[in-house]
Design a protein around this ligand. Structure first.
Ligand code: NAI
Length: 384
């Protein structure tokens, strides 16, 4: 199969590696020569490291490298069967590239976008044949993260969807199909992990280290929310939250936090700037978490129930199947368990009681219990 990748930055170069490893002939296009050079040099480094680790041999490295050609003209993608675009997150630029591309490729070529926050419908609208357009959303780093969200727009044909799902599975990835709504599955369902943790901090209930420790120790999350936000970058994480909040017509459940906004404004971006919620400069010490077990439990249960409520509501609104919602969170962001399976384990009644207790305390729409949880509780049902 011939695959075109547009944009050779972080995501595009990773996607090209995935496709080339799976045996596709990949044309990686970027308007910026230095981005192409960097992608090529990075791949050399990544593959050499895999050889050192004994994961691949020299022949495999050569095979993968020779499957990728680095091209500087959009015209060079004219023979491909599938194009995945991973350029700047700007609707008008993506639309311009898509409509130019459509004049060069065959009638049957599928044109996909790796966008994280734009609607696939709006991107597809730039095409004469919008039924060939779809969202294929990889996670960073693309070669390592197993999950790919596939997002059909209202215009997308069944044939396009089916063909994409098969291709992505052939590339060794796990597919979750999501509705074309803000944040798709992962970036929507994960919001309370950050948002509720920030809220707990802002209320003065606990500091960053205590909240992180409680979610790691009691929840089994690999990283605490503040460690993770520092890792992602407060600027990037804040922007995703703000975009999702706006896209949901300002639903208070997705309200961004001033704490994170101020950190971002101050340039405390996290690891990459040496300081975020924690100090990453040499010699700095991590503050110790509070060892109050009751407080720890309270924090963990509050964040967990908000995550479960978000996952249940995504199911209620038919964003994805229960299986795909759980797969997305375990394979896309390495949650220790799927949230719906976790709800079954904690008990649906427990979830409803916790949400109602939060709502009673705050009287904020943010804490409204998903109607699905309430209905399941009444009918004594479980998710699986
Ligand atoms: P990036 O900034 O690393 O790379 C973008 C590349 O596109 C650059 O090399 C740039 O030269 C090139 N480019 C810009 N305009 C172009 C044009 N008109 N034609 C050809 N090439 C052009 O960006 P990144 O992080 O790889 O993101 C790309 C897309 O993937 C965005 O839509 C983003 O929302 C999405 N995404 C990003 C994730 C991440 O963690 N970085 C995760 C999942 C999706």
């Amino acid at each position: 199969m011939n695959v075109g990748v547009i944009g050779s930055g972080t995501m595009g170069s990773g996607i090209a590696q995935v496709a080339a490893t799976a045996g596709c002939m990949v044309s990686l296009f970027d308007t910026n020569q230095s981005a192409l050079d960097k992608a090529k040099a990075n791949l050399e480094k990544v593959l050499s490291r895999l050889i050192e680790k004994g994961r691949i041999d020299e022949a495999e490295k050569n095979r993968i490298q020779s499957n990728i050609s680095y091209v500087k003209q959009l015209q060079d993608l004219s023979e491909v069967n599938l194009v995945i675009e991973a350029i700047v997150e700007d609707l008008s630029i993506k639309q311009a590239v898509f409509s130019e591309l459509e004049t060069m490729v065959s009638e049957s070529c599928i044109i996909a976008s790796n966008t994280s926050s734009l609607s696939i419908a709006s991107i597809a609208a730039s095409l004469k044949k919008p039924e060939r357009c779809i969202g294929i959303h990889f996670f960073n780093p693309a070669p390592l993260m197993k999950l790919v969200e596939v997002i059909p727009a209202v215009q997308t044909s069944e044939k396009t969807l089916e063909s994409c799902v098969n291709t992505i599975k052939d590339w060794g990835k796990i597919v979750a199909i999501a509705k074309d709504t803000p944040g798709f599955i992962v970036n929507r369902v994960a919001r309370p992990f950050y948002g509720e943790s920030l809220r707990i901090y802002e209320e003065g209930l606990a500091d960053f280290a205590t909240i992180d420790d409680s979610l790691k120790t009691l929840g089994g999350f690999r990283m605490g929310p503040f460690e993770l936000m520092d890792f992602i970058g407060n600027d990037v994480n804040y922007t995703v939250t703000e975009t999702v909040f706006e896209a949901f017509y300002y639903d208070p459940r997705y309200k961004p936090s001033f704490t994170q906004k101020r950190l971002s404004e101050a340039g405390y971006l996290g690891r990459k700037s040496g300081k975020g919620y924690y100090d990453y400069n040499e010699g700095s010490q991590r503050p110790k978490p509070d060892e109050n077990e009751e407080l720890s439990r309270l924090i963990f249960e509050r964040v967990l129930v908000m995550l479960i409520n978000e996952a249940a509501d995504a199911l209620f609104l038919n964003i994805a199947s229960p299986e795909d919602i759980d797969l997305a969170m375990t394979k896309g962001v390495n949650y220790p368990k799927g949230l719906l399976a976790w709800a079954d384990e904690m008990g649906i009644n427990w979830c409803v009681e916790r949400m109602d207790a939060l709502y009673d305390e705050y009287h904020e729409d943010r804490y409204r219990c998903s109607p699905l949880l309430r209905k399941m509780n009444r009918d004594q049902k479980t998710f699986f």
